[in-house]
Write a protein that binds this ligand. Sequence first.
Ligand code: NAD
Length: 486
Amino acid sequence: MNDRAMWIGGQHVTAPDAGWIDSRDPATEEVIGRVPAGGAAEVAQAVAAARDAADDWRYTAANDRAELLHEAYAKSMAHHGELVELLTREQGKARPEQEEEAEWALTSLRYYAELGRNGVGRVVPSAEPRTQLNLVLKEPYGVVGAIVPWNYPLLLLSWKLAPALAAGNTVVVKPSELTSLVTLEWIERCFDHFPPGVVNVVTGYGTDAGEALVAHPDVRVIAMTGSVATGQRIASVAAPMMKHLHLELGGKDAFVVAPDAELDTAVDALAYSALLNAGQVCTSSERIFVPQGMRDDFAEALSAKVSGLRLGHGLEEGTDIGPLADDRFRDKVDAHVRDALDRGARVLTGGVRPDRQGWFYEPTVLVDVDDDMVIMTEETFGPTIPVASYDDFDAAIERVNASEMGLGATLRSSDPLLIKRFYERVKAGTVWINDPLTDNYAGPFGGTKMTGGGRELGPEGLETFLETKHVHWDFDQASKDWWLPY
Ligand code: NAD
């Protein structure tokens, strides 16, 4: 049994009275390890360690912080194979996708090491240029709480941890209860050269450890990726303390095929953007809009493609699609499909749980869907592709914008007039033209509307962990003629 301790103040910390959380391989349902079910006491211990380390870390030169991040990258590369294997066992998606996640997570360390080294404030013009200096400083907040989901546990941690550290903050990480083993493995092996207390991990349930971290008065920033409901709860707990919130919440991304689009390549792009990580991506394409005249051919080609994909354990050679991360997520996917079928949709392929061990769901193509079906309004987070049709391109854009969420959107087209109209009109944090779900270290990623307004990656991803201070400095001690008395 892989029993783990938490990582607090550079030490392994057990919580003998807290109980344990089992971690399972979602493809076999086997327990592969346990982590402590930490709560308020362990959070308090970790925040104290982070607070004690904060002052020295803030005054550590940015060049030295950069070198420590580069060293974390080098250690991570040395443990790459083990990390990817554990990530696959605990999280489930196919190995090539885990390798891609690891690459993104690790390169972010290097990207933010360099961005932090080049950090800048400003000197702005003074009212009295001969005797005054006006500085705009960018300072770390102090202790950051990083709350992470299970679908990309290393990548979404890295997008918080790397910029927070580069900016001079110390961090307390609360991983998802489903992916705590791989998080602990990464941090304790690859960040053990940081001064004690700079990086800490407290494991536990969201409602216990997570909420205790949000409520702790010494944690000034909460950077969280997760569902809208959790984001709302965190916002309500943090609001009375006026904490800085960085929230990356759910999505219901649209994928629009323009009338000029090539059918076969649009099918390929959609199968990838809807089924990557078994559809458990915040930017999964979950609402598909295809021109009416193209719909039948498109749906037929899509269903032929999807029915040829192979389900399997993420570590098995040739697996295209792994299991869902938990049985309750599979129940939700199935409920969305049943609701659509009850209301007149048709399944072209999939729509069932295969008869095998593990939390698998057959990749599913649906047609005859209406925009008000649950599968078109709520985040499904599974391998489902509901295909709707449209007559008018502008009306399709309105339907894209009808969602309360606004994370990403994809268009397949080569028509510049349609493309420009689409990216200007669509309310989303990222718009992909032809190449869905591709990120860029230098390009900010995040959402609008109920998805929350946080931005990760790019300079914006560093800025979120820096507080602005204006220093007005007069070298002259003389009294001013506008001072009292008048
Ligand atoms: P979740 O909201 O259930 O949990 C996310 C994290 O929050 C976990 O660590 C959890 O333990 C913690 N948590 C839960 N309740 C809490 C509370 N009351 N206080 C503090 N912390 C709490 O989400 P999940 O199921 O782990 O992840 C899937 C969700 O994440 C989906 O909605 C998906 O769209 C979203 N997501 C968004 C992005 C993005 O960038 N916008 C990226 C990936 C995933």
